[in-house]
Design a protein around this ligand. Structure first.
Ligand SMILES: NC(=O)c1ccc[n+]([C@@H]2O[C@H](COP(=O)([O-])OP(=O)(O)OC[C@H]3O[C@@H](n4cnc5c(N)ncnc54)[C@H](OP(=O)(O)O)[C@@H]3O)[C@@H](O)[C@H]2O)c1
Length: 341
């Protein structure tokens, strides 16, 4: 296959590039960057020195997409919707967008979290690529919106509760590492502000709540279903840890076994007997989950950890591509994580 990665100099695009360069079915990769066009990829992503001696291409996105089997976009939010029309016209076999632009089909929900959409008529072409839940449903998709990193971890935790009667909307406490904010430092994201520190942000309305609610409402078959995402910055580079808490209307028993049964056939989700830790997934496409109930069965907690740049970005995008094309779902994604890291 011929693949293009647009925005390959960024953190998410870089991880995606590392994965597609090792994918057994990918024969040719074009990696674009505006600021680093002509620079050897391994100069910017030194860990890729063994994988490629190519340089970043200067191609405009539509030009890079022409003749490709799959095009991945890893651009800042809002950029992909501005260029999607011309990208589609250039005729690639499949488009996978890692930004938020095409994740939410409900126009009002999108606008509430992101403002006006630049290409609303194109949104319904995109399937939501939550690979570990949607699995073979993605077969044949030609346009996929890869879920956000917080949303991926939160939805994998929520999935086990989808058909339980609840007394109140679940609350999900989430902590992300600094790579979630991309490579350009800001006063709240660069090292002195993040190291040895932890803080909440986007209280009562993080953007990823939009896509989370759309999926949750579909699973619950309830257009008014609610859930609350509480996001925090943590003093580490990679990973997202979420803890979901919910009050159930009827006592539940064996919640962990129930969640394990739901994911039994999904290759990248492991349900553990103990709470998972971030370092167990860093560098891998795995999600680790553990669920527990209170002694009376009326309160439930579900913990989920992922690597935000792999399961939360590039890895899930490649998994969705594999599923959409009917390839081995695990192709190019079997590397285990690294510990210590
Ligand atoms: N970081 C994460 O954990 C994560 C997880 C899930 C999804 N995402 C999503 O992935 C996207 C990228 O995030 P990031 O964290 O990787 O940000 P980032 O590190 O800031 O990278 C964004 C990249 O986009 C490139 N770019 C922007 N416009 C371009 C264009 N027209 N043509 C070519 N390259 C262009 C920029 O490079 P040049 O200036 O050199 O072009 C930059 O390297 C965002 O939409 C984000 O929401 C990120």
């Amino acid at each position: 296959m011929k693949v293009a990665v647009i925005g390959a100099a960024g953190y998410a695009g870089g991880e995606l590039l590392r994965l597609v360069l090792q994918h057994p079915d990918v024969r040719e990769v074009t990696a674009t960057s505006r600021s680093l066009a002509g620079t050897p990829i391994a100069e910017h992503h030194p860990a890729m020195a063994l994988l490629t001696d190519a340089r970043f291409a200067a191609h405009a996105p539509a030009e890079a997409a022409r003749g490709k089997d799959v095009v991945f976009l890893a651009l800042e939010h809002g950029d992909s919707s501005k260029l999607m029309g011309s990208l589609i016209d250039s005729g690639p076999g499949m488009i996978i967008d890692l930004a938020a632009d095409f994740r939410i089909h409900d126009g009002r929900l999108h606008e509430q979290h992101y403002g006006a959409h630049a290409a609303p008529a194109l949104v319904h072409r995109f399937a939501y690529g939550l690979a570990d839940v949607r699995g073979k449903e993605l077969r044949g998709a030609q346009a996929i919106a890869a879920p956000g990193c917080f949303a991926t971890a939160a939805l994998l935790a929520l999935y086990g509760l989808a058909d339980l009667p609840l007394l109140a909307p679940p609350a999900i406490f989430a902590v992300t590492g600094s790579s979630g904010a991309g490579q350009a430092p800001t006063p709240t994201t660069h090292h002195p502000a993040r190291a040895n520190n932890m803080f909440a942000y986007a209280a009562m309305g993080h953007r990823h709540e939009g896509e989370l609610l759309e999926q949750w409402r579909t699973w619950r078959q309830d257009p008014a279903a609610q859930a609350r995402l509480m996001c925090h910055s943590g003093p580490f580079v990679r990973g997202i840890h979420v803890t979901l808490h919910a009050h159930v209307a009827e006592p539940v028993r064996d919640i962990n076994a129930r969640v394990a049964a739901q994911f039994a056939r999904r290759p990248f989700v492991r349900v553990l007997d103990v709470p998972p830790q971030l370092t167990q997934v860093a560098g891998s496409n795995f999600a680790l989950i553990h669920a527990a109930a209170s002694a009376d069965g009326r309160e439930v907690q579900v913990m989920c950890v992922i690597d935000n740049l792999i399961k939360g970005a590039g890895g899930q995008a490649v998994q969705a591509m594999n599923l959409a094309l009917g390839l081995d779902e695990c192709a190019g994604l079997t590397a285990p994580g690294v510990f210590p890291c």
